[in-house]
Design a protein around this ligand. Structure first.
Ligand code: BGN
Length: 286
C-alpha cells in the first residue's frame, strides 16, 4: 500500500545502512605534507570522488550527509594539502559528502563569517545536507575517529591543535573546525557578516549558540587532533580592532545580522575534480 511505497521512497536506495562505526578507520594518522602536490595527482589517488568533490559510499547507505565548507583566499598550497588528506579521511568514515570552497576573490579585508554564510546558503541549494562542517583551510585532521557527522549539539572538532600545544586555548573556543545541523544554524541566524579581518567571529558564533540556550560538544581530545599548516602574514586579513566592541553587543545584534541579512552575488560556481568552487563577487563593505 501507500505506506510501503512511502517507506521505499524514504530509503531512497535499496542499500543496507552503513555500520555505526566504519571498518575502514585507522585511528591516529601519520600526517605528512608532500611537496609539489597537483590536483591531478590528488584526483588520481581518489578515483571514487566524483566531479565537484562529491562522494557516497558505494556499498552502504551513509549515516551522515555532510557538506564541508572551506572559506578561502590565496592559500592554494594549503587547499591542496587539505584536499589530499581530507578526501581519504572522509571516505574511510563511509560518509556521504561534498567539499565546497567559498572563494573571496576581491582584495578587501577577509570576511570569514560571511563566506561561511554564503557557503551554507549555496550548499543547501545543492542538496538537503543534514550536517555542515565549517573548515579552515590550514587544519589537517590527525585521527579519523573524529567522524565528520553532526550530533544533537553544535560540534567543535578542532579540540587539540598542534599550534596550541594540542590543548584548547580557552574553554569557549569555537574556531578552526566546527559543525552544525542546518536547524542549529538557522536558529542562531547563521554567522555574523560584519567581522572584517582576523578574530572574534568564531567567538560571536559561540555566543550565538549560548544565547540560544544550546551547548557545544567536542570529540575526545585524542580524536580531535589537528596539525596547522604554517603561513606568514595574510595580506588583507589584519587583526580586527573592532572585534571586542562587536563581541560586546552580539546579544543585541545576532537577530539582525546573519543569514537573514546576508547580501552577496556569486561570480561563478564551478565543479572541479576535488571540490565545488563558489566564487563570491566583489562587494563594497556593508
Ligand atoms: C581568540 C580570537 C579568536 C581566535 C582565537 C585563537 C578574539 C576576540 C577577542 C577576545 N578572539 O583570541 O577569534 O580564533 O583567539 O587564535 O580575538
Amino acid at each position: 500500500g501507500l505506506e510501503q511505497i512511502q517507506a521505499l521512497n524514504l530509503t531512497e536506495d535499496d542499500l543496507p545502512s552503513c555500520p555505526k562505526s566504519s571498518p575502514f578507520l585507522s585511528g591516529p594518522l601519520k600526517v605528512s605534507f608532500p611537496l609539489h602536490l597537483t590536483m591531478d595527482e590528488i584526483a588520481q589517488k581518489n578515483p571514487w570522488v566524483q566531479m565537484g568533490g562529491h562522494y557516497q559510499p558505494p556499498n552502504c547507505w551513509a549515516l551522515h550527509h555532510t557538506a564541508v565548507i572551506i572559506p578561502y583566499r590565496a592559500r592554494r598550497k594549503h587547499l591542496y594539502q587539505l584536499l589530499y588528506h581530507l578526501h581519504p579521511f572522509l571516505q574511510r568514515q563511509q560518509i556521504h559528502y561534498t567539499i565546497y570552497v567559498v572563494h573571496q576573490i576581491d582584495n578587501n579585508t577577509f570576511n570569514r563569517g560571511k563566506l561561511l554564510n554564503v557557503g551554507f546558503k549555496e550548499a543547501m541549494k545543492e542538496n538537503n545536507w543534514q550536517c555542515i562542517y565549517f573548515h579552515d583551510v590550514d587544519l589537517i585532521p590527525e585521527d579519523d575517529r573524529n567522524v565528520y557527522g553532526c550530533s544533537v549539539l553544535p560540534m567543535h572538532s578542532a579540540v587539540a591543535i598542534d599550534k596550541f600545544q594540542y590543548k584548547l586555548p580557552y574553554q569557549t573556543y569555537f574556531g578552526g573546525v566546527t559543525a552544525l545541523r542546518p536547524t542549529h544554524y538557522l536558529k542562531i541566524n547563521g554567522f555574523p557578516n560584519n567581522y572584517w579581518g582576523w578574530g572574534g567571529e568564531d567567538d560571536d558564533i559561540a555566543s550565538r549558540i549560548f544565547l540560544n540556550k544550546m551547548f557545544i560538544t567536542r570529540p575526545p581530545a585524542a580524536f580531535g587532533r589537528y596539525r596547522m599548516l604554517k603561513h606568514g602574514h595574510d595580506k588583507g586579513n589584519e587583526v580586527n580592532p573592532k572585534r571586542f566592541h562587536l563581541l560586546s553587543s552580539t546579544h543585541i545584534r545576532w537577530r539582525r545580522n546573519g543569514i537573514n541579512t546576508l547580501n552577496y552575488k556569486l561570480l561563478s560556481k564551478e565543479q572541479t575534480q576535488l571540490y565545488t568552487n563558489f566564487t563570491k563577487a566583489p562587494l563594497k563593505y556593508c
